[in-house]
Each structure stands twice: as C-alpha cells, then as structure tokens.
Design a protein around this ligand. Structure first.
Ligand code: MG
Ligand code: FE
Length: 223
C-alpha cells in the first residue's frame, strides 16, 4: 500500500504538492490519507526530521546535561561574585555567598573532569551566554532600591534550579553506569541543597533586617 508509516503526522507534504500540481482539482479526500488515493512516494529517509528518532542513548543525554550543568555553574560563579562583592550591610549573607562561590568554582572544575573523562569538551558558547545573562541579572538587581532582596530571591531560585539539575544528573549517571560521575553529582547535590536550605531559612530574617534598615535615613538598606 502507500507508506503511511513513514510520514510524519501521517501527512506526506512532498507528494501532496506534487499531486496538487498534476491535479489542481484535488479534493479534501486526497489529503485525508484515503486508501483509494493514488500511491504516493514517501519522503527519502534523509529528509525525515531527526526528532522522530527515538535512538538517543542515555550517555548522549548525560553528556548534554553535564555540559548544561557546567554552563550553569559558570553563570552561578558570575552571579555570586557580583552579588557578594556588592553587599555591604548584610555580612552574614555576604559571607555565605562568598563561601558558596568557592564551592561553585570547585563544582565547575569537577564537572569539567567528568565531561573530559567521558570524552567531551567544554568549549564555551553556552557558558558565555550564561555569564552574560548572570551579568544582566546583576544589573537588574542593582537598579532596584531593594537590591539585597532581589539578590536573595534570585539566589534562592537559582539554588533550586541547581538541585533539580543534579537530581537529574544523578539518575542519568546511574543509567549510564558511570559511578564516578554519579558520585560527583551526588556530592554537588548536597552542597546545593544545603545552600538552598540556608537561604530559605534566612529569607524571613533578611526581610525584617531590610525593612528595619529601610526606615532609617540614608540608603544602607539597599545592599
Ligand atoms: Mg552550583
Ligand atoms: Fe549553587
């Protein structure tokens, strides 16, 4: 019969236009996949979209996600550096962000090792984009007269994004039977969870500190 199984969405665009040229009076039926319609030529395999292939191995996804995570850590580094440099009146938050900045640099290094061990590289188009977006985010916070609150919110959200990333990576490394990568990602996951929890616990107190400082004269509250 005709090659229904080879048509994305059951529609053969190439043969439709061909049929249309030959027969301008083509009826709706001709487009409905009716078996009485003349046999149509299927698209050659090379023109089929690659997303129709279910054959991506766990190892390939793992590599993509490791590279995404590495780009994310580069973004985190920029974000934490900018934020901790600028804070003046919130020493506890400043110290925490500085400490996590050190952890973050180590995380990026460990990820690079995982990627290289698996035969990949970390050349950095994505990484550059991440740094740019972190800088833009920093600029946005700087414009606000409640900069410290914007920073705390961004960091809290970012740490949870990281937690999700490493939970996924632990499972993917498991599937790919890469115990070393699994261990690295599990260790990093603990650091992200701890940082997320610390920020979550401090948000209330930080807000109160900010509101108290805001009542005074001057702009100490901002950062
Ligand atoms: Mg991190
Ligand atoms: Fe983090």
């Amino acid at each position: 019969m005709n090659a229904h199984s080879r048509k994305p969405f059951g529609v053969d665009l190439a043969s439709q236009s061909a049929a249309g040229e030959e027969d301008p009076g083509a009826s709706l039926e001709d487009f409905a996949g009716d078996s009485a319609a003349p046999a149509r030529t299927a698209l050659p395999d090379s023109t089929l979209p690659t997303w129709s292939s279910p054959m991506t191995e766990p190892a390939e996804h793992l590599m993509d996600w490791l590279r995404d995570a590495h780009a994310m850590e580069e973004q985190a580094e920029t974000m934490l550096q900018t934020a901790s440099d600028r804070l003046e009146n919130y020493p506890e938050l400043k110290a925490k962000l500085q400490a996590h900045l050190q952890e973050t640099r180590e995380q990026a290094r460990l990820l690079r090792e995982c990627i290289q061990r698996r035969g990949g590289d970390t050349s950095g188009v994505k990484d550059m984009a991440g740094k740019m977006s972190a800088m833009m985010q920093g600029l946005g916070a700087r414009m606000a007269d409640d900069e410290v609150m914007k920073v705390a919110m961004s960091c809290y959200a970012f740490e949870h994004f990281e937690v999700a990333t490493y939970r996924i990576l632990v499972a993917a490394a498991d599937m790919a039977q890469d115990t070393q990568t699994r261990q690295v990602c599990d260790d990093i996951l603990r650091q992200e969870e701890a940082t997320a929890a610390w920020l979550g616990e401090r948000l209330g107190v930080l807000t109160q500190e900010f509101l108290v400082l805001s009542r005074g004269a001057g702009s100490d509250a901002k950062r």
